[in-house]
Ligand binder design. Structure first.
Ligand code: FE
Ligand code: FE
Ligand code: ZN
Length: 277
């Protein structure tokens, strides 16, 4: 069975998110832990959380793929910006323990001229400061397109970060199909080769979630412009191959396509139709 969903607004709480994804025809979802531009998170409502956990179990909702605010830069050059990232990481990881066993996806960051090696050390330091041996949340580093000075544009960069994290078992990877294609991994013509490379460099067991997006820009463009499925340079044939690939088919697939509600309902339905058993 395909695990499919999209980003749901967290403004009305957990139970509302669960009901929304079931209404869209999905069974997994992503949400921003706070305003994507940062800022304060909502206070956790324990009644809402327990109602949600019950609803989640009853309706077969799979693992949540929470997303950190994308303006947070764990490897910023300015110490105060790194401290801001630290505070968000601590608070988000604390909040996610209310819904145990889920994922917390983050963009590794941008090295802003410090160089990728320095940035990798800074990111690993951040994770070493915040990860707790008894936590139930797995942190996922997202594969990035390589725009600007983004870190995580290659599997090697992600592997280096993970290797430097002491509690490395608590860290995995979320593969964004738009980003990797833009970064020069040819998931259209050589998906098997890309996944072999992933396995060799990071280990396929580290692959925990997929951001399923088409791309508005060509292969290896290092741009980050998501397209609706079938409307970009990746296309439906490759998307069908991705959702049915034996190494991927059981992972949570999260749509981050530019759609309204009806658009997501259609994409989710179409993806379910493309599942081969
Ligand atoms: Fe992302
Ligand atoms: Fe993404
Ligand atoms: Zn993106």
């Amino acid at each position: 069975m395909l695990n499919i969903g999209n980003h749901i607004s967290s403004s009305k709480g957990y139970l509302a998110m669960g009901k929304e994804i079931i209404g869209l025809g999905g069974n997994v979802f992503a949400f921003f832990t706070r305003n994507p531009r940062g800022g304060k998170a909502k206070v956790i409502d324990e009644k809402d959380v327990s109602d949600f956990l019950q609803y989640k179990a009853q309706n077969g909702i799979g693992r949540l793929v929470a997303h950190a605010p994308y303006t947070m830069n764990p490897c910023a050059a300015k110490p105060e910006l790194r401290e801001f990232a630290h505070d968000i990481l601590v608070d988000d990881l604390h909040r996610l323990e209310y819904t145990p066993g889920n994922y917390y996806n983050l963009h590794p960051g941008s090295h802003v001229g410090q160089g990728v090696e320095t940035a990798i050390e800074l990111i690993a330091d951040q994770l070493n400061r915040v990860l707790q041996p008894d936590q139930c949340t797995t942190v996922l580093l997202e594969t990035m397109s390589g725009k600007g000075t983004e870190v995580g544009r290659s599997f090697d960069e992600l592997a280096e970060i993970i290797k430097s994290v002491k509690l490395g078992d608590l860290v995995g990877v979320c593969l964004d199909t738009c980003h990797v294609y833009s970064a020069g991994y040819d998931v259209v013509n050589d998906l098997d080769g890309v996944l072999k490379e992933f396995d060799k460099v990071i280990g396929i067991d580290k692959l925990k979630a997929i951001h399923l997006n088409d791309s508005m820009t060509p292969f290896a463009s290092n741009k980050d412009r998501h397209a609706r499925l079938g409307e970009g340079s990746i296309g439906w044939a490759a998307i069908k191959g991705i959702i049915n690939h034996k190494e991927l088919k059981d992972l949570p697939f999260i749509l981050e396509t530019p759609n309204d509600r009806d658009g997501y309902i259609k994409e989710i339905a179409e993806l379910k139709r493309l599942v081969m058993n």
